[in-house]
Design a protein around this ligand. Structure first.
Ligand code: AMP
Length: 217
């Protein structure tokens, strides 16, 4: 099975990048909240982190924090984000590792907007092994593209986000999702960890759908 996943993602054995899980896993609950831009990941993460006492890490939020504080990371990230492109893997992975390290005693994490590429998924799997833990599930919010565009344009009226303000940038973000991110479903499906839910409905209805999955983990 692991070989199949590795060959699917073109991951070589050379550096032994995917390590075997350790015996005696700890009890952290780690969830990847997945879906295209505008699917509602941030909204649901805010509810779920309270409900399950998990640490919410949104890579987009961390980048925006850095942009606001005019750090070097922020300047670099902005040059990609404003065009609707992904920030390079190395930068994003290092940042994510640092965010996890900051919360060493956590019950578990909700990863929102990460991983977005095969390299990020591989890095996250390795990080979890280092923590003697694992990703328990990828829960995905499924929403049609045209609804996403409408939601993001609406959000752009108040969010102050450059990347929500322009329909061309919004469509580029959705294209990036299909080019680089959507494939990760198969990475988690191959491990029986992918769960898709309908992302249309009230906040409460969608939380209930997600909770029905998280409660079984
Ligand atoms: P989000 O807040 O998740 O919609 O992300 C906003 C933007 O931040 C994305 O369009 C990317 O430019 C960047 N970004 C967020 N997370 C990642 C990631 N995991 N990998 C690369 N770029 C990211």
């Amino acid at each position: 099975m692991l070989e199949r996943i590795k060959s699917f993602f073109g991951i070589s054995n050379k550096n032994n990048k995917i390590k075997s899980p350790s015996i005696g896993k700890n009890t952290m609950k780690n969830i990847v909240l997945f879906g295209p831009p505008g699917a509602g990941k941030g909204t649901q993460a805010d509810v779920l982190k309270e409900k399950y006492q998990l640490i919410h890490i949104s890579t987009g939020d961390v980048f925006r924090f850095n942009i606001k504080n005019e750090t070097a990371l922020g300047t670099l990230a902005k040059s990609y984000m404003d065009k609707g492109h992904l920030v390079p893997d190395e930068v994003t992975i290092n940042m994510l590792n640092a965010e996890v390290e900051k919360n060493a005693g956590a019950n578990g994490f909700i990863f929102d907007g990460f991983p977005r590429t095969a390299a990020q998924a591989e890095a996250l799997a390795n990080l979890m092994v280092e923590k003697n833990s694992q990703i328990n599930a990828m829960v995905a919010l499924e929403v049609d593209d045209e609804i996403l565009v409408g939601r993001l344009l609406e959000r752009g009226k108040t969010s102050g986000r450059v990347d929500d303000a322009d329909e061309t940038v919004i469509r580029e973000r959705i294209s990036e999702y299909y080019r680089k991110t959507d494939i990760l479903k198969e990475f988690y499906q191959a491990q029986d960890k992918y769960f898709g839910v309908d992302g249309i409905g009230s906040i409460e209805e969608i939380t209930d759908r997600l909770s029905a999955i998280i409660d079984t983990l």
